[in-house]
Design a protein around this ligand. Sequence first.
Ligand code: UTP
Length: 412
Amino acid sequence: MVINMDFNKAHDKLAKYGQEHVLKYYNELSQESKDALLGQIAGTDFSVTANVTGGIKESPRGVITPIKVMTLDEINAGRENFVKAGLEIIRAGKAGAVLLAGGMGTRLGSDNPKGMYDIGITKPVYIFQRIIRNLLDVVDMAGTWIHLFIMTSDKNHKATTAFFKEKDYFTYNPDYIHFFKQDMAPAATYSGKVYMEAKDKIATSPNGNGGWYSSMQNAGITDFIHKAGIEWLNVFAVDNVLQRIADPCFIGAVAQKNCAVGAKVVRKSDPDEKVGVMCLEDGRPSIVEYYEQTEQLRNTKDENGEPAYNFGVILNYLFHEKELEEICNNELPLHIVEKKIPYMDENGSFINPEEPNGYKFETLILDMIHMLDTCLPFEVERNKEFAPIKNKTGIDSIESARKLLEENGISL
Ligand code: UTP
């Protein structure tokens, strides 16, 4: 972060975006608080707030057509060969894994980072523990450690790193675990004015899971990756406790097909399931989010009479790092999301709103797929690899994940 910021520079930066109110209490602050606020101003991108004037406009989609998916039959036929190729890549140290753990996990409603959640019944089983165990399966199979990069945010970095230390990294080799913080974005009112959390603090939140690669660059992790000779990055979400990480079969298949990215997909459980589906958009790989899926799209059939848009993404992607470098200067679309934002009101009181009161600004990893020329959608069995935890109960919850874990022989 560039801390080279004084009051005048900060004022000029804010004035460009009509955010001078951020400095309203500057004169009453202690020197330490003044420095903290100037540091935050230096490290915050206020240009995102300009996007709300005139209401939210999502850019129109291109022409959507079906994409070819590598289905289980095809994978099983080539499995031996794919696994062999994948293991070679892993043993050569060319594959790394990136755990996205910068999210706020608001739906789960715990104050701790999501990965610290204990899903055990008769003994503690933490989400992070499950993830490390899944990765250790591959480490054992390959006979080599795999670098794991863990993205946290300003809000959960301390708690996450302390937890891993306390649990002795769940027997993983700490030399192969690297934490980095994701960049933050300001939260704003409906008219685009940045909220303050305190007199010396702008209300910010992690800038969305699309921020992972630029955050890795800003944290100097990409330099490490280049030195270490890592070519493939398996990026995955914190909340799927069944997923296979650095899966040799997946790595082998994507590498052999010479694709810039691979996306693990599952067959939709029903046409209305709330998952984004893989497709081509104007001939390039893309994902249609569930709320964009029209009746017509849901009913389209392929030449075999199967639904043509039937494969949902599970936030488990394998990126060829070189290609990411090429697209990293292209801007990802900004998603403006209505959220409840805790803030300090006119009288200096802290308010925790019950209803949404403004916007947060995020970029999404799924938009990176459309920037790449080639993508291999790779089918996995949902009952074996997809147990997301978003909520406490109901769909995609602790309850549903526990059931799936037990079905897979994992004692809780
Ligand atoms: P979700 O979109 O499910 O968000 O994240 P979340 O923060 O975990 O949960 P809710 O929506 O507040 O309930 C999918 C994955 O992306 C990561 C999350 O940690 C999760 O692994 N993520 C999300 C980040 O790393 N950074 C972000 O800014 C947002």
